[in-house]
Write a new protein. Sequence first.
Length: 269
Amino acid sequence: MPVADLHVHTTASDGTMALSDVPRAATLAELDVVAITDHDLIHPGLAAPVTTHEDITFIRGIELRVDAGSFDIDLLGYAVTPTDPLVSTLDRIQQNRLERARAIVAAVEARLGVSLDIEYKSGVGRPHIARAIEASEAPYAYQDAFDELIGDDGPCFVRRAAIPSFDDGAKLLTDACAVVSLAHPFRYPHPEKALDLATALDAIEAYYPYDRPVDDALVWEAVEEHDLLVTGGSDAHIDVLAKETLSGTELDRFCQRLSGSEPSTAREA
């Protein structure tokens, strides 16, 4: 039975795995399918919406942050074929990511009196800054950096500016992707509101490694009531995959929706 991890990040955004590392990690986790869903960008190393490499099926995806009004949510797009509006929006987001990272780093350096080693490139985000803080002379581990400095309530936090609205983001992804899913609904301050928004999408990420118990009955009620697809994945940022997976009939239904994106063996270096 094929098994998929549909939420994986690489060094193109804030993961620690290069794309070339993913097949080995997927094989160790006994996966057949992996979706690369880097933050606010489409991985340049995947040459088609669905490809194969070293017997692993790769789905070219994206995780896009959108403004849902009183809070932000993340949308997962699968089998991306870039459109001009999507590419233009992602370019603006990445420019803002660079500006924001510089502002956060300046605030941290001024507060701590240290110099952080940061590579300013597409995909840069707070995890890169937290790793740089941990590697500096400052007495902060990675999670401490978030908890005490750069988290949403931290003294060095800077809010992102170039976040599309939910309606705009959902349209951008719907026009470019075979499937659009609500990511990790129980990570938001108002899961019920997030799940209400998911009714305008194709799917909900029903399988996700939360660090606490959640009432997933809310997800299944929404899935059944609105005939939505199900997605699932580990949200891996390191080389350990398959903390949560998708398989069986749910994966079959998901893959059927990707059928317009023919698998290819092409993959750019």
